[in-house]
Ligand binder design. Structure first.
Ligand code: HEC
Length: 193
């Protein structure tokens, strides 16, 4: 083998290794399970800063039926989580600590299209966020936390300040049907199966 060929192969090998390192370390870095900034040291919650529509997994969608006598949907709920939460859930059947679920509320408009009467997503109205913590470390000091989760709602105009103050009075009752499922309506999330 000529010296040049050897040099070429070495360069290629180094390049491959470098690319592999980037591939291995890259995603886990930019898509950290806890999304670092979402929960403050006192348990306050803000909307994840990461571009979750692009970087996270879409778990599923819920269509809110339009009022009686009107066709289609008047709202669409899109639910997202980190890709590593999906991996962990597929392995264990549980949401791991640090799992974040974001439910985005979108308005909807309905039109006759070539496929039929179709509703599509409109403007963003707000976001529900849940953050898993099986240790409930903020339960005694922050009313957004309990039952193994942090719970918060954000109006579309403010991604930082939650409009809800108590998970117990503002969230829990409506999630009782999903109690045996760690409070989550997983039946609409095929990617977890
Ligand atoms: C009026 C009842 C109601 C209230 C109040 C409510 N939820 Fe929910 N939530 C639901 C239902 C039903 C679903 C699934 C269907 C849907 O999207 O409407 C859901 C879905 C969710 C999801 C998507 C994950 C899942 O469980 O499937 C999140 C996240 C969520 N809620 C967070 C919250 C938080 C945080 C609060 C309080 C700030 C809250 N919810 C208050 C009924 C409610």
């Amino acid at each position: 083998m000529s010296k040049n060929n050897l040099l070429c192969m070495t360069t290629a090998l180094v390049a491959t290794v470098a690319v592999s390192i980037v591939l291995v370390t890259g995603p886990s870095h930019s898509q950290s399970a806890s999304d670092g900034n979402t929960v403050s040291s006192t348990g306050n919650i803000k909307l994840p800063e990461v571009d979750f529509r692009k970087e996270w997994t879409a778990l599923g969608a819920w269509a809110v039926a339009a009022d009686e006598g009107t066709a289609g949907s008047k709202g669409i709920h899109m639910v997202y989580t980190q890709p590593e939460t999906v991996d962990a859930y597929r392995k264990t059947g549980k949401f791991p600590d640090g799992a974040i679920l974001v439910k985005e509320l979108l308005g909807a408009t309905t039109a006759d299209m070539t496929t039929g009467t179709i509703s599509r997503a409109g403007d963003i109205e707000g976001w529900f966020v849940m953050v898993k913590d099986s240790t409930d470390k903020f339960e005694k000091t922050n009313q957004l936390w309990g039952k193994g989760w942090g719970w918060a709602y954000f109006d579309a105009k403010d991604r930082v300040k939650t409009t809800t103050v108590s998970y117990e009075s503002e969230c829990l009752a409506c999630h009782i049907p999903a109690k045996d499922n760690d409070w989550i309506y997983t039946e609409a999330y095929p990617v977890l199966k």
